[in-house]
Design a protein around this ligand. Sequence first.
Ligand SMILES: [Ca+2]
Ligand SMILES: [Ca+2]
Length: 161
Amino acid sequence: MIKTSIALISALFLLLHGCKDNPEKEVMDIAENTDEHPTLFTLLSKEKTNVDFENTLKEGLNANVLVYEYLYNGGGVATGDFNDDGLQDLYFTSNMGNNKFYLNKGNFKFQDVTNIAKVTGRKGPWKTGVSSVDINGDGRLDFICVIQGRCPKTKERTSFS
Ligand SMILES: [Ca+2]
Ligand SMILES: [Ca+2]
């Protein structure tokens, strides 16, 4: 009986502290950097960085957690100096939309070069992640995207660097 009561009280405590009224408020609290609560990271706006990538999911009959349990696992991000200028660039995968590739221009400014580099990824779902590696051993960094689900044999391996 005592173990059950302790478990219920613990569950109630976790439930109450796990629920927040306003998740955006929490993000803003984390971003506030004060002398009393110094932060390691600073939230930068898309207006400052030009990074406007969003992994937007559109739920439907064939896209919901009952059909696909990994629906909310998210996309991926890879960093690396893909153009050998000494600055870390960014590549984001979107589960349902177009991937985005940003070249670092310095001072936290990025340029969207997705269409120039022709690296939007395949049309439609389901792009799950990305990693940076010199996959072909030519000494230049590549990024490799992961797609989950069925696709034609001819589309199984597509690389770009
Ligand atoms: Ca770079
Ligand atoms: Ca390479």
